[in-house]
Design a protein around this ligand. Structure first.
Ligand SMILES: Cc1ncc(COP(=O)(O)O)c(C=O)c1O
Length: 479
């Protein structure tokens, strides 16, 4: 048999990766979670390899997968409940899947218990992760969006005001991705109990951090099943559990709620399908790697590295307080820092830092939120705090000295034209606008993203979505 050479294949992949930012070392302040412990990664990768071709579709054929999953749930549940034996859960591929499953469970629970609800609604703080919007979209549930206060937290009274006879689920974050703050879960729990409605806590990004801060004796708000009224909770182990990607858990107060998450199909000609999660065939790799990572760190390992993140956060907040041009938004309660500025063009700042190999995440903002920059702190951040602030100051200086042309000046008439078209947008106008902003015909984005980012932010949100769909449809090709 002729086949490509292993070395050539791997070299190709290495050369493709040169386009990407480095996932190790901490310069990328979002998306990646480097524990800095290389042995932990090695163990995880070995475990991944051992299980890559095991199929989680059928736990009767691969019972060891069932065992691994049960043990993971057994380790995660006590982090969030004093009555962990009652808690039931599932291992999923990520935060979005955990959230979609919890929302599906709430919907199907409502279908069984409140059949009179035909147009179900989900109440979301404006800071709730996009995954809830996606769940609502996929599951045909109407999202009701509730504004947050000046500290970026939703008030339980605002949620309560929107509860109707169609409400099937309300949501709070511990903590929110955009501003890193906890919603008042205790108050939300009271509202949930009063109205007998499902409360989901999104602890995807904050769960491990808050649980281990608490174990380390630090003060954290009540944010989990310790609060009466919380029905389900999502927590990602591929974030601050430092497992390779594809690792999250969704938990329920007890099995009677989880049951509504599952899906079975016996109504076809093949094998009986019994799916606990969205995927049917699924690799055992992420599960085994997650189990290996959690076993490697153990409670003591997590306590240590998560406490280091706390120290880094404090140190960074102090350094931020010495920079006049920026200020922190909200009170960073876990491991995320978000800053704003009245004097600096943050769109340009993000580009400038990227040019020097640092990825900080621009949050473009909307009518109610000012643009901001999000930083996800990880254990390796501690090694680069000083470098980061040198870079930040340099970039701030450069941005101040080289202001870019205003987007309104550049594209005002086109924007107005688009605005006037409302629902009847002509695709060529959108294409012209995107091209004028530097998007190539094949959808490829320009290196400097400030202008396109701001432009997208200025468009009405349906047009922004339209633009993203257009760009994405061009980018994914056969090459
Ligand atoms: C609070 C929160 N919820 C949900 C998600 C979605 O998780 P994933 O990207 O793993 O699907 C994230 C991701 O950052 C998050 O921070």
């Amino acid at each position: 048999m002729t086949h490509a050479k292993k070395s050539t294949i791997l070299k190709s992949l290495e050369s493709f990766q040169e386009q990407d930012l480095n996932t190790k070392g901490g310069n990328v302040w979002a998306y990646v979670y480097d524990s800095g412990i290389r042995e932990a990664e090695e163990v995880a990768m070995e475990a991944y390899k051992m299980y890559a071709d095991h199929n989680g579709l059928d736990f009767t054929v691969f019972p060891s997968l069932l065992k691994l999953e049960n043990q993971i749930i057994g380790k995660v549940a006590p982090l969030f409940s004093e009555e962990a034996e009652e808690i039931a859960g599932s291992f999923t591929s990520g935060g979005t899947e955990s959230i979609m499953l919890a929302v599906k469970a709430a919907r199907d629970y409502a279908r069984e218990n409140y059949p009179e609800i035909t147009k179900p609604e989900i109440i979301l703080p404006s800071t709730a992760h996009a995954a809830f919007h996606k769940a609502a979209h996929y599951l045909d549930i109407t999202p009701i969006i509730v504004p947050v206060d000046d500290e970026f937290k939703v008030q339980a009274s605002s949620i309560e005001k929107h509860i109707t006879k169609n409400t099937i689920i309300i949501v709070g974050s511990s903590v929110s991705y955009s501003h890193g703050v906890c919603d008042p879960i205790e108050d939300l729990g009271k509202v949930a109990q009063k109205h007998n409605v499902w409360l989901h806590v999104d602890a995807c990004i904050g769960g491990f951090i808050l649980a281990y801060y608490r174990k380390n004796g630090r003060e954290v708000p009540a944010f989990d099943f310790t609060v009466p009224g919380v029905t389900s909770l999502s927590v990602d182990i591929h974030k601050y559990g430092f497992a390779p990607k594809g690792a999250s858990v969704v938990l329920y107060r007890n099995k009677s709620f989880r049951k509504h998450q599952f899906y079975t199909c016996t109504n076809w000609t093949g094998y009986p399908v019994v799916n606990t999660t969205i995927q049917s065939t699924k690799s055992g790799g992420p599960l085994a790697a997650c189990w290996a990572t959690m076993t490697y760190f153990g409670s003591e390992g997590y306590k240590k590295i998560i406490d280091e993140i706390y120290d880094t956060k404090q140190k960074m907040l102090e350094q931020f307080s010495n920079i006049e041009d920026v200020y922190i938004l909200g009170n960073p309660e876990a491991s995320l820092i978000t800053f704003g500025s009245k004097t600096i063009d943050l769109y340009q700042l993000a580009d400038d830092m990227r040019g020097d190999g640092w990825y900080v995440q621009l949050q473009p903002g909307d009518e109610t939120f000012e643009p901001s920059i999000h930083l996800t702190l990880t254990p390796v951040s501690k090694n680069i705090v000083d470098e980061f602030f040198i870079q930040l100051r340099t970039s701030i200086q450069r941005v101040k000295e080289n202001p870019r042309q205003s987007v309104i000046e550049q594209f005002g008439p086109m924007l107005q034209q688009l605005g006037e078209m409302e629902g009847n947008m002509e695709p060529e106008i959108m294409q012209n606008l995107l091209q004028a902003a530097g998007v190539k015909e094949n959808g490829q984005l320009p290196e400097e993203m400030a202008t396109i980012n701001e432009l997208l932010h200025l468009l009405p949100s349906e047009l922004t979505s339209e633009a993203f769909l257009h760009i994405t449809n061009e980018l994914f090709t056969t090459e």
